[in-house]
Ligand binder design. Structure first.
Ligand SMILES: Nc1nc2c(ncn2[C@@H]2O[C@H](COP(=O)(O)OP(=O)(O)OP(=O)(O)O)[C@@H](O)[C@H]2O)c(=O)[nH]1
Ligand SMILES: [Mg+2]
Length: 252
């Protein structure tokens, strides 16, 4: 297996002057990154080469975070990359941004280039262009926001339209820590995921619940697919079910 080097992820920084958001998340400040180009109010980052680098890896994949504005995509990525929770006021992502992380999956160095998309509708056409390059998609809703859950079917339609047919997909019900504000039961998430044949679990960027597991599970699935190991079969939902931690509030 050839050894390559991977790019270091760049920091997510804020750009409070990024214009007034429209659609979902309107009224929120927008977050953008240096190196991201804004054209006609729409952000087009230069696509980073997966081979620019300073850290060794064996195989590399692109993972995209999608879902309504405010469901916690950026916080989930920051929790995974930096092990911290982005507290404070909500700063909506502008366009698209990415961070890299190299994981050791059963002795293989797997680099994930993780794309954090803007959930606001005005950026949809930008994110559509990135779907086809994605090897995996993490589709998020917010367990405290019913409309983010109701919109999952529309997101799945979009994914089927723009993503590769064999893209690895996982549904995540985020903000599982917010027990008092919860309006979507875990069973509802499980039912929806089953209906569409998609692996599912609840996560919390705030507490860190299942965050590593979500990215590790996807990395394991991608690694198994790429190595095509005829002996060791890997089933993402089975792996997730075995490893998953629950909030303890709702498991029957
Ligand atoms: N309680 C709780 N709050 C969270 C969690 N994840 C994110 N939040 C909060 O939800 C808000 C939105 O989080 P973001 O990560 O910026 O949401 P986003 O999906 O990236 O939104 P866009 O960039 O607009 O698409 C912020 O105020 C976060 O602090 C979580 O796991 N638990
Ligand atoms: Mg964001």
């Amino acid at each position: 297996m050839s050894r390559k080097k991977s790019a270091k992820g760049k920091a997510v920084t804020s750009s409070p002057s990024a214009g007034s958001p429209a659609g979902k998340g309107a009224g929120k400040t927008a977050r953008s990154s240096p190196g991201i180009v804004q054209m006609n109010g729409v952000v087009h980052p230069s696509r980073p080469s997966i081979s620019n680098s300073s850290e060794f890896y064996d195989i590399a994949f692109k993972v995209m975070l999608v879902g309504d504005s405010g469901v916690g995509k950026t916080c989930l990525l920051v929790r995974f990359k930096d092990g911290a929770f982005l507290a404070g006021s909500f700063i909506s992502t502008v366009g698209i941004d990415f961070r890299n992380k190299v994981l050791n999956i059963d002795g293989v160095k797997v680099k994930l280039q993780i794309w954090d998309t803007a959930g606001q509708e005005r950026f949809r056409s930008v994110t559509h262009a990135y779907y086809r390059d994605a090897h995996a998609l993490l589709l998020l809703y917010d367990v405290t926001n019913k409309s983010s859950f109701d919109n999952i079917k529309a997101w799945l339609t979009e994914i089927h339209e723009y993503a590769q047919q064999d893209v690895v997909l996982m549904l995540l019900g985020n903000k599982a820590d917010a027990t008092h504000e919860r309006v979507v039961k875990r069973e509802d998430g499980e039912r929806l995921a089953k209906e569409f044949g998609v692996p599912f679990m609840e996560t919390s960027a705030r507490s860190g619940l299942n965050v590593e597991l979500a990215f590790n599970g996807v990395a394991k699935e991608l690694k198994h697919r790429s190595i095509k190991d005829p002996i060791e079969k890997f089933k993402l939902q089975e792996y997730v079910n075995k490893e998953m931690k629950t909030t303890g509030c709702c498991r029957s």
